[in-house]
Ligand binder design. Sequence first.
Ligand SMILES: CC(=O)SCCNC(=O)CCNC(=O)[C@H](O)C(C)(C)COP(=O)(O)OP(=O)(O)OC[C@H]1O[C@@H](n2cnc3c(N)ncnc32)[C@H](O)[C@@H]1OP(=O)(O)O
Length: 435
Amino acid sequence: MTSIDSRELPADPASTDRLAAQSLTYRVVDTADRAQSERFQRAMSRGFLGAEPSDEAIAFGRPAFEARRNTGVYEASAPNAQPVATIDSWVTPLTTAGGGEIPMWAISGVTVSATHRRRGIARALLEGELRAAASAGVPIAGLTVSEATIYGRYGFGSALPMSRFTVDTRRAGWAGTAGDGRLEYVDRETLATELGAIHERARSSRAGQIPGWATRWTGIAGLSPSDTDRDKVRGIRFLDGAGAVRGAMAFTVSERGGSFRFGLDVRLLVAETQDATAALWRFALQHDLVDEVTADLRPLDDSLPWLVHDPRGVKQTVHDHGWLRILDLPTVLRSRDYSAPLDVVLRVSDPLGFAAGDWRLQIGNDGTATVAAVEGGASEVDAALDISALSILFAGGVRAAALHGAGRIAAAAPIVESLDRAFVSFPSPALDIWY
Ligand SMILES: CC(=O)SCCNC(=O)CCNC(=O)[C@H](O)C(C)(C)COP(=O)(O)OP(=O)(O)OC[C@H]1O[C@@H](n2cnc3c(N)ncnc32)[C@H](O)[C@@H]1OP(=O)(O)O
């Protein structure tokens, strides 16, 4: 994968001009300037309705901050005050169906001060990031979101829905088989190391995954100073019959109202093997004094409902999580393996113009794609869709039929079925962290 350092790219000129017209300065923060960096971190915390960060919390967040391109918006009259809006981004690998990867422009930290909301600042920030990514040759952008209604207008699609499980442990019981191996508790530092190492080894096995970073793992493991639940975090790891670590789980247990009955919340379960996944689920579901187990960001094909005696004890809620936005359509569509042959002309609309046009997509029997622009426009198209719908379809986890039924793809029924057969990917795409 080509390595592009987003921090070296200048602020987008069009957004600079648009915000200057409102007497606002849009600039990439110099991370070597500690005072300016701290003001940016404090503005972001306030923007996400967080507490005023302690010096310790600022120091904890600094390595991730310094690894990213942080762009702030400032009142032109107060360039050294806290920014009135923030956004950050970095280029990271995204796993595609079949285990390949492409560079993705990850976007995070989008906040607009409550004093400056609804005057187009977020739009300038988002469009600025997408133009910066496209001009650097990054073919796709991604984000995880606080609200599902904001990012479709910029061409993002909810491509990586995930499951939240709530298990009534007494009703569910356990029906899984025990694999060869053992579990052991680990301290939080070891937990952070194991979560990161296993996630890194496993991430190429599912489309949609991206790598984490050091403070993502230490944060989940309860080492973040601003985490009010940090002292509740416990860790467990699974070793296979040969003694190799194959899975780890961070979790908290909380008593429910002085009842001596507890809820166990899985913060993250990472595993390289089915045995490890089943052993960690079993540990959670069969834990003494625990009535309820909750776990979010699990893949849609998780075996949990099939590992219990009574599947009605397992409530599975599917919700949006990872959002993707194709910028360079041929590069993105060529980057994955497909599940069936296809030969179609797609008419793609794109509100920001990056991927608009008529495209011929041909997939051979070997599952690889060729993509070509139809110069001058096609006389006949097989399917019409916007870039948000294509970004969803690309990941391979949402059915074309579902998008068609919602009016997001215009095509005849046989084309919808052939799109479904070609785009579906195995195993289910997933993204198991926030970024
Ligand atoms: C990837 C991430 O970081 S997710 C985190 C997002 N940030 C947060 O949730 C923190 C709290 N919220 C905020 O900071 C701000 O309200 C933001 C960032 C969500 C919006 O910022 P604003 O500058 O007010 O948005 P802006 O005025 O540019 O609006 C752009 C468009 O989004 C729409 N929009 C803005 N906020 C919302 C919202 N909360 N829900 C739905 N639509 C919204 C606007 O109506 C507008 O639509 P239009 O251009 O089609 O007319």
